[in-house]
Design a protein around this ligand. Structure first.
Ligand SMILES: [Mg+2]
Length: 193
């Protein structure tokens, strides 16, 4: 327990470095994409994963890794992502506001759900606002971008709020944005898998 806390503390103090590494990896991915590429940038919590109910009773989980490992997936969203991934020149990137120490847990969870992952294709940022800089970086390349993210919070308190400031900026970018409520429709789609 103590060792885990020390390890988390060390990882957290390296957070700016891990963000920089993610930035460089993402830049390398984008710079290699063909002009006809379709890039899907997808949030995880409350977009792919049914995360907020686990915040109702967080004390039942021994730690954050276990809580994140045990998240349920929206099967409609899983089917939808797998369908998009079948298209040629399509790349799936995950962009999530999670602490860097959850990187391996996040990768394991995505793999266990059968979702496609690539090297450097999981980007963990400190907050929703930090996602904008990654969207702008991708947007500097002549590729088609779809961004899927609920950009919402406070579900666990029965009063869903939106990151309005972030959504405003995202809507000004020349990318396709799928947020609430369109996202809820995909989550509830019937699935064939
Ligand atoms: Mg989310």
């Amino acid at each position: 327990m103590f060792f885990n806390k020390v390890k988390s503390g060390i990882l957290r103090s390296f957070a700016p470095i891990s963000l920089l590494v993610s930035w460089i990896r993402f830049w390398l991915i984008c710079s290699k994409l063909k002009p006809q590429a379709q890039l899907y940038i997808i949030d995880i919590d409350n977009t792919i994963a049914d995360t907020w109910p686990t915040l109702l009773h967080p004390y039942i989980y021994p730690n954050e890794k276990v809580r994140h490992q045990s998240l349920a997936i929206f099967r409609g969203m899983r089917s939808w992502i797998l369908q998009q991934a079948k298209q040629p020149n399509t790349l799936i990137i995950y962009l999530s506001a999670r602490p860097p120490e959850l990187m391996s847990t996040t990768l394991d969870w995505l793999k266990s759900c059968g979702l496609p992952t690539i090297q450097g294709g999981i980007i963990l940022v400190p907050n929703a606002k930090s996602k904008i800089r990654f969207l702008k970086l991708a947007n500097a390349y002549q590729i088609s971008i779809t961004f899927i993210d609920d950009l919402s919070y406070n579900h666990e308190n029965g009063d869903i709020r939106l990151y309005d400031g972030v959504i405003e900026v995202v809507k000004l970018l020349p990318i396709k944005y799928i947020g609430l409520p369109q996202l809820n429709e995909i989550q509830q789609l019937r699935h064939d898998y």
